[in-house]
Design a protein around this ligand. Sequence first.
Ligand SMILES: [Zn+2]
Length: 99
Amino acid sequence: MKKKDRRISDIISTVIAYAVLAGPVIILVVVMAFSCYEKVKNTLTFHSPFEKKVYYTIDGEFYHESEDCPALEDSERVYSAYKEELTGKTPCGQCFGRE
Ligand SMILES: [Zn+2]
């Protein structure tokens, strides 16, 4: 009985020792991760994952809802971006407003 008690208190003190040692490390990692996240969040504009990207070509006048739009058929390079990142381009009449 006494031997068993001894073993349990040994385990407890070992766990406490690990917690004391690991505690500051865990806090440091959490703080670092959080500050990194804040930095990344500040440099990138936040876009919801449900926000759809549009497709465009460098010299094209329009942006497109679909990469497969017939107007993009002859374009070699099609880029994608969020709508508000594109200035001076208007929605394509062929793929927008087509349901
Ligand atoms: Zn289009």
